[in-house]
Design a protein around this ligand. Structure first.
Ligand code: FE2
Length: 356
């Protein structure tokens, strides 16, 4: 693929304005553009750091947006990529096996003209190619004069680090080779995780120019059903399980977002008894990481700190992650297991219905 970068992430939701309020108040985003009042679908664009989060909803039950929400609940529908030449990116992806969704077109709205095209990614998730440099990613958006709410003192969330994607058993390798052949992604990490009677496989692919990174997870069919099966059942097939926001100060982010109502998964005290054996000395920070439930891990290049939120959605599908990288370029091996165990505890606490 030509040099590219992540353009934006589009979520189809039940009510874009309510969702915008949540992401602004809880996560510190600000509204930078929205569709004109009364226009359907309703679209709101949020920003923080280099992150562009688009929220789309409709009151028309026959609209594809409503059909997506009925099938999957609120969730990520589009991981959009900014490219220098939309037609060429679309042509190349389709020639390499991508399923076309929207042929290249130029659409002019109140805010700007947008040249875009789209291909299928996995499940009902697509990748829209948007011409690089376009001020707004969708033609129905109009910039608003004064972003609201005002940015807090310093933006805590800087970028999207990666997306975690669940696929049905047996589809992991096909998804990985699809991203390699169609979009030029490279496999950078793989792991098989066994926890109790459950197991899952994970492979991480990254597009070298944009840095767009997907952690793709599949349940192991030879083991008992677990949280990946639970996601696939609740979500109705393959989809984005979590979006990881990169921060330069995870301890401050957890403190502030926690104060603003974000619920983070708990980490058992016993985790901190052994963490320095795995990742090395954490010094004075250990107590604070422990108090906030932040996980620490290490790869060949350095340290990474992570924490996962509870899913704020009724279906318990999509959730968010915060990650601070101190040199680490990939993922350590301890925290996927840590997340798996934390989610299992969370689901047991919720009544055990999802952990079967
Ligand atoms: Fe993650």
């Amino acid at each position: 693929m030509d040099p590219s970068r992540l353009s934006h992430v589009n979520l189809y939701v039940g009510d874009a304005r309510q969702a915008a309020y949540y992401y602004c108040r809880a996560f510190g985003f600000r509204v930078v553009a929205e569709s004109l009042p009364g226009l359907q679908p309703c679209t709101v664009l949020l920003a923080q750091g280099r992150i562009r989060l688009m929220l789309t909803s409709t009151t028309d039950a026959s609209d594809p947006v409503a059909r997506y929400v009925a099938a999957h609940g609120d969730g990520v529908v589009d991981i959009a990529i900014a490219v220098p030449d939309v037609a060429r990116a679309f042509r190349t992806a389709v020639a390499n096996g991508a399923d076309p969704v929207m042929t290249p077109s130029s659409r002019t709205g109140p805010g700007c003209t947008v040249v875009s095209a789209a291909v299928r990614g996995f499940g009902d998730v697509i990748h829209t190619f948007v011409e690089a440099g376009t001020p707004l990613p969708h033609p129905t958006l109009s910039p608003i004069d004064e972003p609201r709410p005002e940015p807090p003192d310093g933006e805590l969330l800087r970028d999207i680090d990666h997306f975690a994607v669940c696929v049905p058993a047996g589809e992991l390798d096909k998804a990985v080779s699809g991203y390699q052949e169609t979009f030029g992604f490279e496999e950078i990490f793989e792991e098989f995780i066994e926890v109790g009677r459950q197991a899952m496989s994970s492979k991480v692919v990254r597009e070298p120019s944009s840095g767009i990174t997907l952690t793709i997870l599949e349940p192991d069919a030879t083991h008992a059903p677990g949280q990946i099966d639970s996601f696939l059942r609740s979500h109705g097939g393959a989809g984005v399980q979590h979006v990881a926001f990169e921060t330069g100060d995870i301890r401050e982010a957890v403190r502030r977002l926690g104060d603003q109502g974000v619920e983070f998964l708990k980490t058992p005290d016993a985790y901190y008894d052994l963490v320095e054996d795995r990742v090395g000395e954490l010094g004075d920070e250990l107590g604070d990481l422990h108090a906030r439930g932040i996980l620490a891990d290490r790869d060949a290049w350095g340290l990474l700190l992570q924490i996962f939120t509870r899913s704020p959605y009724a279906r318990r599908t999509l959730f968010l992650e915060l990650i601070e990288r101190r040199g680490a370029r990939t993922f350590g091996s301890g925290n996927i297991r840590g997340l798996y165990e934390a989610v299992e505890r969370e689901q047991s606490r919720a009544g055990g219905t999802d952990a079967d």
